[in-house]
Design a protein around this ligand. Structure first.
Ligand code: HEC
Length: 255
């Protein structure tokens, strides 16, 4: 299913964004609604279309489980299971979800055999003629900013919701990290593109031409081989190990 189903069988409005490397994001949510991870926490917990739980019921449920009482008591000076501490606990866990070392990283470190020739050509295109690194920049391949790449249609206008007079922010969504990207289709805020092939085809066409579309997005004229090279490069950004959270295992203390 491209978009998650919430409580009561309702379909969420947007695709669930990855939690990979969110510790480094200046803003969270496809439209940048949230300033920090703590303030996201209760949004989905309380939303009728999502988990649909009340604060009181959540606290009551956690309080009846002895393990949580012990862990909260060990972690927080006031020892309480309350909203603030739940927010901090969940956010702290989420900050530990960090992408692992990918073949691309081993190549950057000097292992020439870590990725193949098509992927190396794809990386050159990514930084060069295909323009991708203008927005997918840095080690996590995101500028943390908002752009209309010409994919959105319909009622969801992304960041434009908060800046109605801005031409460029209409249909602008947050640039997602490309770490582990080959593992998590379907793609985009609305899950509208099923495969990386479809994503690269969209960029090659230049998306929907309209005033809000970023100046950086335009038809690329890539050959089939070049498209395959870009996809090969994207495939080198996934770590090879288990998709395991890097959090230290919870330790239940006796005191
Ligand atoms: C103008 C900035 C910009 C440029 C240039 C750009 N991207 Fe993006 N990219 C984005 C934004 C913003 C999104 C999310 C759009 C949405 O969901 O509506 C995105 C989404 C993606 C996704 C989907 C990721 C996911 O988890 O859903 C992939 C893959 C991707 N881009 C690869 C590329 C490649 C490859 C190029 C070069 C051909 C490229 N991008 C060029 C800004 C850009």
């Amino acid at each position: 299913m491209p978009i998650a189903q919430g409580e009561g069988a309702s379909i969420m409005k947007l695709r669930t964004p990855t939690l990979d490397d969110i510790a480094w994001l200046p803003r969270l949510g496809w439209d940048g609604k949230f300033r920090d991870i703590e303030s996201v926490t209760f949004g989905p917990i309380l939303a009728p279309s999502n988990v649909h739980m009340t604060e009181g019921l959540l606290i009551e449920r956690l309080s009846t489980l002895p393990t949580y009482a012990v862990l909260f008591s060990a972690a927080f000076p006031d020892k309480q299971i309350n909203r603030r501490n739940i927010e901090m606990a969940l956010a702290t866990f989420e900050r530990s979800i960090v992408s692992g070392v990918a073949p691309f990283d081993r190549w950057v470190e000097g292992d020439e055999a870590a990725i193949d020739e098509p992927a190396k050509r794809g990386f050159a295109l990514f930084n060069g003629r295909a323009n991708c690194s203008q927005c997918h920049s840095g080690w996590a391949f995101t500028d943390g900013s908002f752009h209309d790449i010409g994919v959105a249609s319909g009622e969801e206008i992304g960041r434009g919701r908060y800046f109605p007079s801005s031409v460029k922010l209409k249909y602008a969504f947050k640039t997602p990290t490309l770490r582990d990207v080959s593992r998590r289709g379907p793609y985009m805020h609305d899950g509208s593109l099923a495969t990386l092939q479809a994503v690269v085809d969209l960029y090659n066409k230049g998306g929907i031409d309209r005033p809000s579309r970023s100046e950086l997005i335009k038809p690329l004229g890539l050959t089939e081989t070049e498209k395959a090279d870009l996809i090969a490069f994207l495939g080198t950004l996934s770590d090879e190990g288990e998709l395991a959270a890097k959090a230290p295992a919870a330790v239940v203390r006796e005191n």
